[in-house]
Design a protein around this ligand. Sequence first.
Ligand SMILES: Cc1ncc(COP(=O)(O)O)c(C=O)c1O
Length: 415
Amino acid sequence: MTFDALAIRKDFPIFQRTIRDGKRLVYLDSGATSQKPQSVIDAEVDFYRLHNAAVHRGAHQLAEEATDIYEGARTIVANFINAAEDEVVFTKSATESLNLISYAIGNAPFGNRFHLASGDGIVVTEMEHHANLIPWQQLAARTGAALSWFEVTPEGRLDLSNIDSIITEQTKVVAITHQSNVLGTINPLDAIVRRAHAVGAVVVLDACQSVPHMNVDVKALDIDFMTFSGHKALGPTGIGVFWGKSELLAELPPFLTGGSMIESVTMTGATWAPAPRKFEAGVPNMAQAAGLGAALNYLTAIGMDVIHTHEVKLTEYLLQKFETLTDVRVIGPKNMDSRGGSISFTCGEIHPHDLGQFLDSQGIAVRTGHHCAWPLNRKMGVPATTRASLYLYNTLDDCDALIDGVIAAQKYFGR
Ligand SMILES: Cc1ncc(COP(=O)(O)O)c(C=O)c1O
């Protein structure tokens, strides 16, 4: 199938509008959130317009239809990541998924395989988004477990040279990002998963920046838990996925408790329904699940390999163009070896916020700041960067617009 980003843009209503006095919208902020095709908007609206009811509960037709849509979305997610349906838990976001697992581990009593105490270890990396760092800091503080981490090299890769002294016999959890939201680096999971499993630790993968952009097969990666956010994968906000191997979900205690997640209840206690319901307390985000299902169907129809190839082409093009600019420093790998389409950069003395504002005046949407990865920024020696993040609807024209915008900003700010 030939890939036509211009045809794809027609499926996204937002690209029909203009920005800042009639300018074409150059959207380079998909790492923060992606735009939505009409089919996703329709799926969410149709749920409310035609099928709205609380899933799993009602004894009426609408409840049956709503349940079919909600559970149908679970099947779509499971197929998308090569998982079993009962391993897919809907949350409100990746942030919630990572809090779910870290709080659930913290709830594990003595004797449960997830029980953590002083003397145990949790391993993260210096390139984590705060969503995959702070919940683990908090869990370490609550349980007495030690938090350690892989450092990042000046090129923006993980330093695995001392892997055996970081993941040790004491390590119980290794929580790592698949693709950095700042650097674009795609991490080498093989060695990390092998070492983690050799010491009996579970691997939690933050796949927020990989699942929307490439084929991610949880079985092939041999990870134990994974999360991603719907809204970065063309889906609605308010829906995230938490996936875990079924035998692990069976042992993991719940995080939120209440309605829908129980097997039986007395006045003094309760037992839990099996996963995924054990982790879905309350009336869930049904319309958002419908939207996520439509989003993943949309991506599947185009093909994740085709999308990835398109993004590689654009990223390579942008990196080469940045090389030709004076005073522009890309923070992260400068070649396409294990790298995705998030490109963070500094531009001499121009503050990223000023640059972002200038680009915005040209119709170009980028993100500026520390991108919720403050320790990583510190490590790379930059207080903030400007980030362009690419997706299937971006074109070489978008890349050229960014380069022209940066050159114009350099002139405007007298650099
Ligand atoms: C790598 C990574 N992890 C986690 C998150 C958190 O996702 P959300 O805000 O959708 O919960 C993000 C969002 O930017 C991210 O890029």
